[in-house]
Design a protein around this ligand. Structure first.
Ligand code: NAD
Length: 549
């Protein structure tokens, strides 16, 4: 669901009441509503059968259905959709009975304003999701399937399979968050998940995104475990997130949200326990606020509680660009293996944030022609090549790529299918599926994003001879330099940029060759090989530590 646009079905036979509801929805500020209005239950059920709605606003007394039966008939036909009852003052008891039977809320017509209506709807959707879907995420299914495939090939003991399929620790918090311009307070959901505690402290980013749930964060934590193990870092995997859309948040809002979330999960994090870092929607400022909130609580400065913080606060040189740099190191290794000349190659990059823009920068330095890039607003295509410097300048000024003059605007879906040598998805998960995999037109796919390729797409791409550098390998540069930052923080000794890049290069290349050799020796694809390398290390460590008690 796009949380900024809610598709609503209003089932209400009273024309005056319907007009009122529609006008209140039209006035909503924080989200927009696509509204379909019908005046009978039969018409409502027919629309629901076509799908595509996020919420139903339901009057219980309709020409073709009466009282609680109206709700029960709708619930039977559409069991998963959240329902808010539109009630008259005289029908409150009836509305309350509908809530007991599973409706999310009721509203008294004539006594609500636009903000209240909007909030009730958003919360009804949120509650339905929290009740039914916390673990149910396509990303978690993907992470588990990938793990099970590797476990099958490794003939991994069943007990390990079961233990590693779910995180060891999870914390779900809800907390209040005040927007600048709204008097009212929002309740938001936050998560911190630690997948494996065997290897040392846990490590993983914090994501602010409207789709975050327990399953998604658990998938990302699991991938962090394999990634850290593959890179031979002394960490288990973790991840955190808050389910909000931070686009458009002021710095004050972002700071308030971060400080409160930090204090909610403070018992779980610490420099020897669990060390957060930036991910989608968070950056070095967010890390500085986490560090400050934690330090205020314990009474002294603890820079090593986060990585990816500003250099002046003990952040590492080279951390900001490390993931993009690491992606390019693995592309260089893959190109060498494939006999591909980078200075005669073209690249397409999806996502122009931290990972995508830095990957573009370092690829351009290698002489690769960047023919298309994109962000959430648009794709930009220029077969003669794009200037990365000018794109970065444009982003600095306009925040998004929309309107960039030196190229043709294309959609993100079109961008993924452009003919090129190197494709770097560096935005979101779940971008390459069985549907578009047959049309992906590159020789080398380097996954900057986490989980951009479905299991079915993986098989199709491998069968078509596309060389894949999987996410756990390609984007591991970030956590590797985060490890360097943590070491520098705990030793109070800072390294030079050359030292950092040199060590990063060595570790990335070693991991690339470990995965490649495993892939050739065991006749498995690169993703499975990289996962097996990681899983193998974790299981060895678990066996050596034995069982408690
Ligand atoms: P970011 O927030 O800096 O950038 C994300 C980019 O994706 C932005 O350009 C945004 O506009 C774009 N985007 C958002 N929605 C989109 C859509 N629907 N279509 C196309 N583009 C869209 O995030 P980031 O840190 O660059 O992370 C990107 C990916 O890389 C994520 O999957 C993240 O988990 C992964 N990753 C990041 C790091 C890191 O160090 N930052 C490390 C490892 C993996």
């Amino acid at each position: 669901m796009d949380s900024s646009n809610i598709r609503s079905l209003v089932i209400e036979d009273n024309a005056v009441h319907a007009r009122l509801i529609l006008s209140l929805l039209a006035k909503a500020e924080a989200v927009s509503f696509d509204v379909v209005h019908v005046d009978t239950l039969t018409a409502g059920l027919a629309r629901l059968a076509q799908g595509g709605f996020d919420i139903v606003l339901l009057d219980l007394v309709l020409p073709d259905s009466q009282e609680l039966d109206t709700f029960l008939r709708l619930r039977k036909e559409a069991p998963d959709i959240p329902v808010v009852i539109l009630s008259g003052l005289e029908d409150i008891n009836l509305a309350a009975r509908a809530v007991e039977s599973g409706a999310q809320a009721y509203l008294i017509k004539g006594q609500i304003n636009s903000a209240q209506l909007e909030r009730s709807i958003r919360y009804a959707i949120e509650r339905t999701r929290a009740q039914s879907g916390e673990w149910d995420s396509p990303m978690f299914r993907l992470a588990q399937q990938q793990f099970l495939k590797a476990a099958q090939i490794m003939d991994l003991d069943d007990n390990f399979r079961q233990r590693l399929l779910f995180p060891q620790r999870t914390q779900v918090v809800t907390f209040p968050f005040r927007r600048d311009k709204h008097e009212e307070v929002e309740t938001v959901f936050g998560y911190r998940v630690q997948h494996v505690l065997t290897m040392g402290p846990t490590k993983g980013g914090i994501r602010y995104h409207q789709e975050v749930n327990l399953g998604e964060v658990s998938a990302l934590a699991m991938w962090m475990t394999w990634k850290c193990a593959l890179m031979q870092l002394p960490f288990g995997g973790a991840k955190g997130g808050v389910r909000v859309d931070p686009t458009g948040f002021s710095r004050k809002e972002l700071q308030r949200l971060t400080r409160r979330f930090t204090s909610e999960i403070i018992g779980m994090i610490g420099p020897d326990k669990d060390i957060p870092a930036p991910d989608m929607g968070t950056d070095e400022n967010v890390m500085a606020w986490i560090m400050d909130t934690y330090s205020q609580q314990v009474g002294y400065s603890v820079p090593a509680v986060v990585t990816g913080k500003p250099v002046v606060l003990g952040g590492s040189l080279g951390r900001k660009e490390a993931t993009g740099r690491g992606v390019v190191y693995t592309i260089e290794d893959a190109a060498k293996h494939m006999g591909m000349k980078l200075d005669q190659s073209t690249a397409v990059i999806q996502g122009f944030g931290n990972v995508g823009s830095n990957a573009a920068r370092f690829l351009a330095e290698d002489g690769v022609k960047i023919i298309a890039v994109s962000d959430a607003t648009t794709g930009i295509y220029n077969p003669r090549g794009l200037s990365v410097g000018s794109l970065l300048e444009y982003i600095r000024e306009h925040r998004f790529l929309k309107g960039y003059p030196d190229g043709e605007e294309i959609s993100n879906a079109e961008l993924l299918e452009l003919p090129c040598d190197i494709l770097v998805p560096a935005a979101l998960q779940n971008q390459i599926s069985a549907e578009n995999a047959p049309r992906i037109n590159c020789k080398l796919l380097a996954e900057g994003a986490n989980g951009p390729t479905s299991l079915e797409a993986d098989v199709i791409l491998n069968n078509r001879g596309i060389f894949i550098v999987p996410d756990v390998l390609a984007n591991a540069g970030g956590v590797t330099v985060s490890y360097f930052e943590w070491v520098q923080g705990t030793q109070n000794y800072m390294w030079s940029l050359d030292e950092i890049n040199g060590r990063l290069h060595k570790i990335m290349t070693a991991a690339f060759h470990a995965a490649l050799e495993r892939s050739q020796r065991d006749h498995v694809d690169m993703r499975t090989a990289a996962l097996i390398e990681g899983i193998d290390r974790i299981t060895q460590a678990k066996l050596l530590r034995g069982l408690f008690p």
